[in-house]
Design a protein. Structure first.
Length: 143
């Protein structure tokens, strides 16, 4: 069995955003040489997510609107995490909660050297506390 590991670095300039990382992930599958296996893609920061869905801007806005309505960023003082870390300037409790809702990672099958996806499926990186570099781990195992 072979193993492959790579980190993608992303920097979303806005507080929240969604990025289709499928092309970068497909390059990793090609680089790995693995034809049959499984791939883990996970956000390595506790205020970002990786999920599978359609890469359509209206849907991304719907996700953002839904999450912001469910777990609004402001007022930041409503979250004990923000109050506790106020001395160091943290105001991202909502981002931690949004990450828990969307999820940390996805696992994708690799078949015949390609992502084994259904129609319209893409791998999306979700950022909920942007403005700095963050990592996504790609780990592939198989033959």
């Amino acid at each position: 069995m072979k193993s492959y590991r790579k980190e993608l670095w992303l920097n979303v300039k806005t507080r929240r955003g969604f990025i289709n990382i499928t092309p970068e992930v497909e390059k990793c599958v090609e680089e790995s040489g693995i034809k049959e296996g499984l791939m883990l893609i996970n956000a390595m920061h506790i205020t970002s997510s990786v999920f599978i869905n359609d890469d359509e801007p209206g849907l991304h806005q719907d996700f953002d609107d839904f999450l912001e309505e469910l777990v609004p960023h402001e007022p930041v003082t409503k979250y004990k995490h923000n109050v506790y870390l106020h001395a160091v300037g943290e105001d991202n409790a909502d981002a931690h909660i949004k990450r828990q809702i969307i999820g940390r990672e996805v696992v994708v099958a690799i078949t015949n050297g390609k992502l084994d996806f259904g129609p319209w499926e893409k791998i999306i990186y979700g950022e909920f506390d942007g403005g700095r570099k963050k990592r996504v781990l790609i780990k592939i195992i198989g033959e």
